[in-house]
Design a protein around this ligand. Structure first.
Ligand SMILES: Nc1ncnc2c1ncn2[C@@H]1O[C@H](COP(=O)(O)OP(=O)(O)O)[C@@H](O)[C@H]1O
Ligand SMILES: [Mg+2]
Length: 349
């Protein structure tokens, strides 16, 4: 059953000019028609370059940002239809863990105060002692001692602070947690620990995750399914293994070819795709396929004029590319200036 269902969600921010910032001169098309669903108990990974609209999408789900059009249905209820009080109650079930744990924890509050704030607001725990008991139990689950209660955010390491951020979500007993770049601010050595913790918690507490990251390596291991975003659009979606073994969209292929392969022989012979040009601004996205200005397989006319729909190419693997089939079977080849030569000779030498 799908717990979260987004249908054609758009978030356009007005660009204001003038002395009073009262003139709208354009829009930033941060999220521009994203449809996806997250099944109860699964982890959905959302990846894409910085600025492609991932955080905006996450905030739109929690209604921290208004959506321009489309719908967000959580557990059968269209969130836009809820009044403020009903939305406040739903918010307990939808929590967010942020990228920067220090920035999202008030430095002047101790850990008990930070964690009990939301509990008190949602009427969890009869009194202070009951709330404290629950906090201690959750701290233990995220690997922190009860002595953390009276300490302050700056007294903890980055990894510990992210555990506190996770605990703050967990004390509210949520169903869905949106993890926005949960490990991007952490040392690589700590990243795996936090990812493993998220997995353990999911299993023991029956959580559903939407994990946002700019780094494919971060979501690969933890995600059941992955969606790839480019300039406000979802360009590919597939089961995690299928996406890695057989990326179908040119953008996904390019992202994948930038990730080193551990096997030196494979690394030396595999295709490496180069993206030309800069990432266009979401305030003036290219017409047609958003990716055509950088795509090694772009074809005249169609790619620049017609927007490809996200289409199932078999087994739930969806791709938004007019030429996905021709690229996959090799009848359409990439432009030679956008393919790096294999490293074979270098490896042998
Ligand atoms: N409140 C806002 N007002 C105007 N533009 C915004 C706002 N929030 C985000 N943006 C713009 O929307 C685009 C997508 O941003 P964001 O969702 O943060 O991307 P990501 O999380 O993928 O890096 C960016 O161009 C960003 O500058
Ligand atoms: Mg972001």
């Amino acid at each position: 059953m799908s717990l979260l269902e987004l249908d054609e969600v758009k978030v356009h921010f007005p660009v204001k000019r003038g002395v009073l910032f009262d003139r709208t001169v354009g829009h930033v098309y941060a999220v521009d028609g994203v449809s996806l669903s997250v099944t109860a108990g699964e982890t959905y990974g959302l990846v894409g370059e910085s600025g492609c609209g991932k955080t905006t999408l996450g905030r739109a789900v929690l209604r921290l940002t208004d959506i321009t059009s489309g719908s967000v249905v959580f557990d059968g209820t269209d969130l836009a239809q809820l009044g403020d009080e009903e939305m406040r109650r739903s918010r307990r079930r939808l929590q967010m863990v942020f990228q920067d744990p220090l920035g999202s924890l008030n430095p002047r509050q101790n850990i008990e105060s930070i964690l009990s704030e939301g509990m008190a607001a949602h009427g969890i725990g009869a009194d202070r002692a009951a709330r404290r008991a629950r906090i201690v139990e959750i701290l233990d689950r995220v690997g922190l001692p009860a002595s953390a209660l009276s300490r302050y955010p700056h007294e903890f390491s980055g990894g510990q602070r992210q555990r506190i951020g996770i605990a703050r979500a967990l004390v509210l007993d949520p169903d869905l947690i949106i993890c926005d770049e949960p490990v991007s601010a952490l040392d690589v050595s700590i990243q795996a620990q936090v990812i493993n913790l998220l997995e353990e918690l999911q299993e023991s507490m029956g959580l559903t995750y939407l994990v946002i990251a700019h780094d494919l390596a971060v979501v690969r291991h933890i995600s059941d399914r992955i969606g790839v975003m480019y300039l406000g659009n979802l360009v590919e979606e597939a089961a995690s293994d299928a996406l890695y073994e057989e990326p179908r969209h040119p953008y996904t292929r390019a992202l994948m070819s930038a990730v080193p392969v551990p096997d030196p022989e494979v690394e030396a012979t595999r295709e490496r795709i180069l993206l030309t040009g800069d990432l266009p601004s979401p305030a003036s996205p290219p017409p047609g396929c958003r990716f055509h200005t950088r795509c090694p397989w772009r074809q005249p006319e169609r790619c620049a004029t017609e927007r490809p729909a996200l289409t199932d190419v078999g087994g739930g693997h969806k791709v938004a590319c007019h030429y996905a089939a021709e690229i996959a079977d090799g009848t359409l080849l990439p432009r030679q200036d956008q393919v790096a030569p294999p490293l074979v000779d270098v490896a042998k030498g």
